[in-house]
Each structure stands twice: as structure tokens, then as C-alpha cells.
Design a protein around this ligand. Structure first.
Ligand code: DQA
Length: 144
């Protein structure tokens, strides 16, 4: 089984970006922990980050033929991107949506997600544990 982890815009800044909201771990730290978890679970994992909506759309389209599922933190595109939603609907790859912060306890606009209702599951507010839990949950669901 092969899983793609996608980080959306500004997540390349993790570690220095609003640490009071997003903590001090970098994207590389998160990826390292996911690599360890993937090994424990006996699955393959690859990573992709982009600040560009079109690149994320293309990554989802291409993933459909190369991966069994996606863990995605769509970051700001969560709240804006019909294109990303249409990419997931269009290729039908199973995915889990994760967020480091609790998007429901922040500004009102962060409560809207264009992806949540077509995701297998959604985890928000648990920091790196959102990614780890989302990854484990996705693998579990795909193995059912
Ligand atoms: C985020 C929450 C989004 O609202 C925000 O735009 C991000 C990160 C999170 O992981 O908490 O960039 O997805």
C-alpha cells in the first residue's frame, strides 16, 4: 500500500510560522514521524508540498494511478478551493483531511471546508497527532 501526504500552502513555513497556533515542529519533523509510522504499519509513504493551487490539483489527479490514498492538509485552500474538491471528486481517490489547529475554534471563515464532506475522515486541532491519526486511520480504512 502506498500513501501520499500532501501539505498545502504555507506549511513549508511550519516551525517559524505563528508558533502559538501551529507549534514549533517543522514540516520535515512531521514527515519524519510519518515515515516512522508508515514503516511500523508496513506501508509506503511519499510527500508533496506546494503553495500553488494548480500544482495541488495536478498532484491529486496523478496520485489516483500511483497511490492508494491521500492524507492532505489543504491549509488555506480548505476554505476556498472548488478546484481541489473537484479533483478529489473527479478521480475518486480516498483521502483524509487533517489540520494542525482546531479550525472550528478560530475565525469563522475557517469553519467552511470544501473537502470535509467528501473525505473519509477529518482530524483537526491535535497538532502533529492530526497527521499521525489521519494516516493511521486512512491505512486502517483501506485495509478493511
Ligand atoms: C491549517 C488551518 C487553515 O485554516 C490554515 O489556512 C492553514 C493551516 C491547519 O493545519 O491548522 O494554513 O490547515
Amino acid at each position: 500500500m502506498k500513501i501520499l501526504v500532501i501539505h498545502g500552502p504555507n506549511l513549508n513555513l511550519l516551525g517559524t510560522r505563528e508558533p502559538e497556533v501551529y507549534g514549533s515542529l517543522t514540516m520535515a519533523d512531521i514527515n519524519d514521524s510519518l515515515r516512522l509510522l508508515a514503516k511500523e504499519l508496513g506501508v509506503e509513504v511519499e510527500f508533496f508540498q506546494s503553495n500553488f493551487e494548480g500544482e495541488l490539483v495536478e498532484a491529486v489527479q496523478k496520485a489516483a494511478s500511483a497511490y492508494d490514498g491521500i492524507v492532505i492538509n489543504p491549509a488555506a485552500f480548505t476554505h476556498t478551493s472548488v478546484a481541489l474538491r473537484d479533483a478529489f471528486s473527479g478521480v475518486g481517490i480516498p483521502f483524509v483531511e487533517v489540520h494542525i489547529s482546531n479550525v472550528h475554534a478560530r475565525e469563522h471563515f475557517r469553519r467552511t471546508s470544501y473537502l470535509s464532506d467528501i473525505a473519509i475522515g477529518v482530524i483537526a486541532g491535535l497538532g502533529i497527532e492530526s497527521y499521525l491519526g489521519g494516516f493511521k486511520g486512512l491505512v486502517g480504512k483501506l485495509r478493511e
